[in-house]
Write a protein that binds this ligand. Structure first.
Ligand SMILES: [Zn+2]
Length: 383
């Protein structure tokens, strides 16, 4: 599949030069408005039909459609257009290229892959490939915070399969972890600091809980590992307790993040934490605590024999001259939402480094290769 290298490269430069920091992460940041306008214009010029979806004001996603002739499977190429902030970066919007690496915020996570998706669609148009199923280039808003963009597109743009193009170094990612946020509140009894006989110190009781939680954490990490993503884990991310120096702390709160592996449910992940609280309460009549899971993002896994995986495997093998590795990754991605909605999903994206870091770059040649892989995968999948 012939990729228009100039188009891919120029598109990548333009995407990186547009500030699209997620405004929920950083107040006053511009969000996806300007970048969505550029993407829509570019896809239209390339010959796609574009639609803008705006799940929240100023937070547009773009869907560019290459309509099929009918009867084939429909494929979404999914890339987020928002980025995290640029604190500590010396050249966040330069898109400077040195030794084949293009630098800037979002170059790797994930404007390189977005440019590749756009170039893949253009290649299909240019080659006049008459596919039976639709190909949809989805440039989604808000992946870095609440995934508003992908959630809306799942509703509004039904497809059969999706390739989430988060960076994988051109390997094929079949699984990633999920996460669960759990709040544990330990209750004490407020009293004057001099009146030990009246007070119950919630912070000291929290200490007992945290000691057991640390044991559980060690058990999790030496326990059964998922073949692709490794063991589950947890950390005591946020602690708050007490009201003043001369007061027995009436309340102590910890917010725990529990990273889950495919096959684990939120209930399974919560149960051992509840068991710690129950055990402490049985040992100590003054120990009182509640466990409340309050946010969940499910893990993701797709079988290696799914049609979407086979299509990307064959495409990548042709482009790279070798079969791609099947890998797992740790961070949560929109892939989990798509797969959970019944859309068979796989992750394959560009090569680079520095997601959310002070120096971020994408390998320009990998963007061209990814474009070829995506175009070939579309031909395989949408026939
Ligand atoms: Zn990303």
């Amino acid at each position: 599949m012939q990729i228009d290298r100039e188009y891919a490269r120029e598109t990548l430069v333009r995407l990186v030069r547009i500030n699209s920091i997620n405004p929920t992460l950083e107040e006053g940041a511009p969000g996806e408005k300007e970048i969505a306008g550029f993407i829509a214009g570019s896809l239209q010029a390339a010959g796609l039909r574009t639609e803008i979806f705006e799940p929240a004001p100023g937070r547009p996603s773009v869907a560019g459609r290459l309509p099929g002739t009918g009867g084939g499977r429909r494929l979404m190429l999914n890339a987020h257009s928002d980025t995290v902030g640029v604190k500590g970066m010396t050249e966040p919007f330069s898109a400077a290229v040195r030794e084949g690496r293009l630098y800037g915020r979002g170059a790797y996570d994930m404007k390189g892959s977005l440019a590749a998706s756009m170039a893949a669609a253009k290649a299909l148009v240019d080659a006049r490939v008459g596919l039976r199923g639709d190909v949809l280039v989805a440039a989604v808003a808000d992946e870095e915070y609440g995934s508003l963009g992908t959630m809306e597109l799942i509703e509004r743009c039904p497809v059969d399969g999706a390739i989430v193009t988060e960076p994988t170094g051109l390997e094929v990612c079949l699984a990633h972890k999920g996460y669960l946020w759990i709040e544990v509140q330990v209750e004490g009894r407020a009293a004057h600091g001099s009146r030990f006989e009246l007070g119950v110190d919630a912070n000291m009781k929290m200490g007992q809980f945290l000691a057991r939680l640390a044991q559980l954490e060690r058990v999790l990490r030496i326990g059964p590992r998922h073949a692709l993503v490794g063991p589950p884990s947890l950390h005591a991310a946020l602690l708050k307790g007490g009201t003043g120096l001369s007061t027995y702390a009436p309340l102590s709160t910890v917010q725990i993040e529990r990273r889950t592996v495919p096959g684990e449910s939120a209930a399974q992940a919560t149960a051992p934490i509840q068991a710690i609280v129950d055990a402490l309460a049985a040992e100590d009549p003054e120990f009182r605590a509640t466990v409340r899971p309050f946010f969940v993002r499910e893990p993701f896994e797709v079988p290696a024999d799914a049609a979407i995986v086979q299509a990307v495997d064959r495409a990548a093998t042709r482009v790279l001259g070798r079969p791609p590795a099947h890998i797992g990754d740790t961070p949560w991605m929109d892939a989990a939402l798509l797969q959970a909605a019944g859309i068979e999903t796989v992750v394959c994206g560009a090569t680079g480094a520095g997601a959310h870091a002070a120096e971020e770059w994408v390998d320009v040649e990998s963007v061209i290769q990814l474009a070829a892989i995506l175009a070939e995968a579309a031909i395989e999948y949408c026939g």
